[in-house]
Design a protein around this ligand. Structure first.
Ligand code: AHR
Length: 635
């Protein structure tokens, strides 16, 4: 492999590696969003109080049902009614959380709820307890004030000896017989940066470790919704939780919208990422669309208001709303994406819709870079590239297996540089479930060498989906970067491959060439036989080099997708003096199917080693099935 420092390379985009997110696989509810109570406002199932049950023990008698006759406001319309006929023992309500309530030692949880009773007084006691009620991990009580809704807030602390478990539930018990109503029952553990209504610390830290440069939100399909009425309702995701009704998501469960527009922006702030805002563009997943013209205008206006909420000063209408929500400072916004995957719009209305959004947004915000969701080179007959306006970037999506990723790793090498820039807004090697395995990480790494080498043109990229709750029934999309249950989280091999790439990148590509690169050939499949063609060999090694011109560090990434260790001769042409010691970080498993899981979270992690006797031309053995980053100091 020759790294040629005599030839000027192209610039590396400063925003090459980012994150993409949406409510899928319980990404927020039961995931990043730290709320522990599921169905806190009782709208998940109109027929029954899903995830809630009556507590009756020691002779006590209690029943529960949904009740919509005691609305608190327009959002909190359904409450939970508890009737205690015998309070001798333990009578109350219990929530099973998102596949359990996580118990951690020495942890203070904040519980809050609205409660009312017209006939009972006495105590309400909140507790985190084992599912059989035998172990009380944390508890606190309050005195119920008779008549009218009142909000109660309690702190519950576990002791140092509490054993971590998810075999626990949250209960509220009543000391007296009578009728009780509850709404907006919430329980939060400590959150990242101590934000109220904030995020899980462990998952935020995993993302922070990737040093992502931007966050694409709120989707994905979640932006579009199945119907016009179920698109991402950003206005209803603002302000106090009391005002958020939630909405039916498009991934088979209702979204609480506790993760609202401001929370997305604060997530960006916490991880120093730029927001990349996707605005709803008049096309829904079930195929309805609004043609360009006066009927589309309300959606365009809504997008303009949303941009104002993000970027407007406090003297603007929506900037003032943001200030009232607790964030007077505007957010910096550079990119706005118009819609999501509008190539699936068989009515071909996107050209007109895009144009109407483009013109309105550019008229008010000429500095914004606008992204089309239809790429330039997809070659699928059903897709309609936009013709009437030239976007600043195309969003292209790639979901493939490892072979396809490796076969196409040079995809962007010959892309027309005169076309709009490319944003690879969703991509993943889909092998392994619920999280990808080592073979997927190899496919990903091969693909990333191509994006990085061409990052003068591929200016941004983000893997999707980002998250999965690994409990049975929680997942809609297999192969997700980061997995978790209520208590713990882990990174897949693909997560670590991406972390290695995104945290080891310079600002200039250094041209790199290979000779005698080993090849691999896949087994023929049915499609090959039908077409009477045999698969062609493709490279089994992939590589890219970048340099940080400020400090001279040279990053050389080498992916060996073959089952054999390969001796590489690395020739660094045109380098001045070079440090004789360097670091080599290697990601590998026991084989391509090896993987991480919730029970073996760190089976495959990057291992860093110092290597010595480095010169401008040296040999190094590269392990089978491995992703490698060599960090060299050029003096
Ligand atoms: O990442 C999962 C889904 O794949 C996204 O919601 C959608 O944009 C794409 O089809």
């Amino acid at each position: 492999l020759t790294v040629d420092m005599t030839k000027p390379g192209v610039n590396v985009s400063p925003r090459l590696y980012g994150l993409m997110t949406e409510e899928i696989n319980h990404s927020y509810d039961g995931g990043l969003y730290a709320e522990l109570i599921s169905n806190r406002i009782f709208k998940d199932d109109p027929k029954q109080p899903a995830n809630w049950s009556a507590v009756e023990s020691g002779g006590a008698r209690a029943t529960i049902e949904l009740d919509s006759k005691q609305p608190i406001n327009k959002a909190l319309t359904t409450c939970l009614k508890l009737v205690v006929t015998n309070a001798n023992g333990k009578a109350g309500i219990a929530n099973s959380g998102y596949w359990g309530i996580p118990v951690k030692p020495q942890t203070t949880y904040t519980a809050s709820f609205y409660a009312r009773s017209d006939d009972a007084e006495g105590k309400l006691t909140a507790a985190i307890e084992s599912n059989n009620g035998n172990i009380i991990y944390a508890t606190a009580s309050t005195t119920l004030i008779k008549g009218g809704w009142k909000k109660y807030t309690l702190k519950l602390s576990t002791t140092a000896s509490a054993k971590p478990t998810t075999d626990a539930r949250f209960v509220i018990t009543a000391s007296h017989a009578g009728s009780y109503w509850f709404n907006l029952i919430s329980l939060f553990p400590p959150t990242y940066n101590n934000r109220p209504n904030g995020n899980r610390i462990d998952i935020m830290q995993k993302m922070a470790d990737m040093q992502p440069k931007f966050l694409r939100f709120p989707g994905g399909n979640f932006l579009e919704g199945d119907l016009f009425a179920t698109r991402f309702p950003w206005k209803e995701t603002l302000g106090p939780l009391e005002n958020r009704p939630g909405h039916p998501g498009c991934w088979k469960y209702r979204a609480s919208d506790g993760m609202g527009l401001l929370e997305f922006l604060e997530w960006c702030e916490d991880l120093k990422m730029e927001p990349l805002l996707a605005v709803y563009a008049g096309y829904t997943l079930k195929g309805d669309h609004m043609d360009a013209g006066p009927f589309l205008k309300p959606f365009v206006d809504e997008a303009l208001e949303e941009i104002e909420y993000v970027t407007g000063g406090v003297n603007t209408k929506w900037g003032a709303v943001r200030a009232k929500d607790g964030h007077p400072a505007p957010f910096k916004l550079r990119y706005v994406e118009i819609g999501n995957e509008d190539g699936f719009d068989v009515s071909h209305s996107y050209d007109g819709r895009f144009t109407q959004f483009y013109d309105a947004i550019k008229a008010k915000y000429p500095q914004l870079q606008l992204i089309s969701t239809v790429g330039g080179k997809d070659g699928l007959g059903r897709r309609t590239p936009i013709k009437s306006r030239v976007p600043q970037a195309y969003d292209e999506h790639y979901y493939r297996n490892a072979w396809e990723m490796e076969e196409d790793a040079a995809h962007y090498d010959d892309y027309d540089r005169k076309s709009p820039k490319i944003f690879v807004g969703e991509w993943a090697t889909r092998e392994g479930s619920p999280t990808p395995n080592m073979n997927a990480a190899l496919g990903d790494a091969a693909w990333m060498t191509g994006m990085e080498r061409n990052s003068d043109h591929v200016i941004m990229s983000c893997y999707a989906p980002l998250f999965v709750n690994v409990n049975p029934g929680a997942m809609q999309w297999s192969s997700d970067l980061i997995g978790y249950n209520a208590l713990n989280s882990y990174g897949s091999p693909s997560y670590y491959a991406q972390q290695m790439f995104s945290t080891n990148v310079g600002d200039k590509v250094v041209p790199m060439q290979g000779e005698n690169i080993p090849t691999q050939t896949r087994a023929p499949n049915k499609r090959d036989s039908a077409r009477n063609v045999m698969p062609k060999p493709i490279p089994a090694m992939f590589y890219v080099a970048t340099q940080d011109t400020k400090n001279g560090i040279l990053y050389v990434k080498i992916v060996n997708a073959s089952g054999k260790a390969q001796t590489v001769n690395l020739d660094i042409k045109g380098a001045g003096a070079i440090n004789s010691s360097a670091t080599l970080t290697v990601l590998k498993g026991s084989g391509p199917q090896d993987t991480n899981s919730i029970n073996e979270p760190e089976k495959i992690i990057p291992v860093k080693q110092e290597i010595t006797a480095v010169t401008k031309n040296f040999n190094r053995e590269i392990d089978a099935y491995s992703v490698n980053v060599l960090k060299l100091k050029i003096k």
